[in-house]
Design a protein around this ligand. Structure first.
Ligand code: ATP
Length: 200
């Protein structure tokens, strides 16, 4: 059993360009399987790992993340990464999310199998691993167990119903005039159309 006196909070960082059903199922499943009281979606301010891509402005990704989360009482969105200047590093995300509470919290960083494979390249990763436990979710095409644990990372692997959707695929489908209905939420789809995102 978990210590009921300390809130268990999931931190879910991402580019969310756009947020899709894979993100929502991952967050929901992590919360359910790991007894999280809340999941905080944190859109990256400056996603340094995606500098080779044309990324939607932070305001647009924040708006879409808020629309994706909607009124789900289990989810909330933090702007801490967008509010901080410079490249977005998870070690700073975690410190800032912790500072948003006036009581002790047990933080869990939610991560897909693809990102987990690169974890050893993350900025100040050893410090990050001391600050949080990781919840890793399966993602089609990636093995969750390909993680280098030599720097003392604590990972809980959980199985979610596989959702073979990526933001890259959603952007590509919009560019090609293909439907993204049901790959992301209705309000996110409407926002993409209204702002003319991903048209090329
Ligand atoms: P892109 O295609 O642009 O690289 P993405 O779909 O991977 O984007 P991100 O915002 O980069 O989306 O992902 C944020 C986090 O969500 C990462 O930890 C990623 O591994 C995880 N994630 C994204 N999609 C899925 C999915 N379909 N199943 C499980 N985890 C996912």
């Amino acid at each position: 059993m978990y210590d009921q006196s300390v809130r268990r909070v999931g931190v879910f960082g991402g580019t969310f360009d756009p947020p899709h059903l894979g993100h929502l199922v991952a967050a929901s499943e992590a919360a359910f399987r790991c007894g999280l009281d809340e999941v905080v979606f944190v859109p990256a301010g400056d996603p340094w790992q995606k500098h080779h891509l044309k990324v939607t402005d932070a305001a647009g990704r924040l708006a879409m993340t808020r629309l994706a989360v909607g009124s789900d009482p289990l989810f909330r969105v933090s702007t801490c990464d967008i509010d901080r200047d410079g490249p977005t590093y998870a070690v700073d995300t975690v410190a800032d999310v912790r500072a948003e509470y006036d009581h002790e919290v047990d933080l869990h960083f939610i991560i897909g199998a693809d990102s987990l494979e690169n974890l050893h390249t993350w900025h100040r990763v050893e410090e990050l691993c001391k600050a949080v436990k990781f919840i890793a979710l399966n993602r089609p095409g990636h093995s969750r167990r390909d993680v280098d644990t030599s720097f003392g990372v604590e990972v809980e692997f959980i199985d979610m119903p596989a959702v073979d959707v990526s933001s890259t695929e959603c952007r590509q489908r919009v560019r090609d005039g293909e439907p993204v209905r049901y790959l992301l939420t209705g309000p996110v789809g409407e926002y993409i159309v209204e702002r003319g995102l991903y048209r090329g």
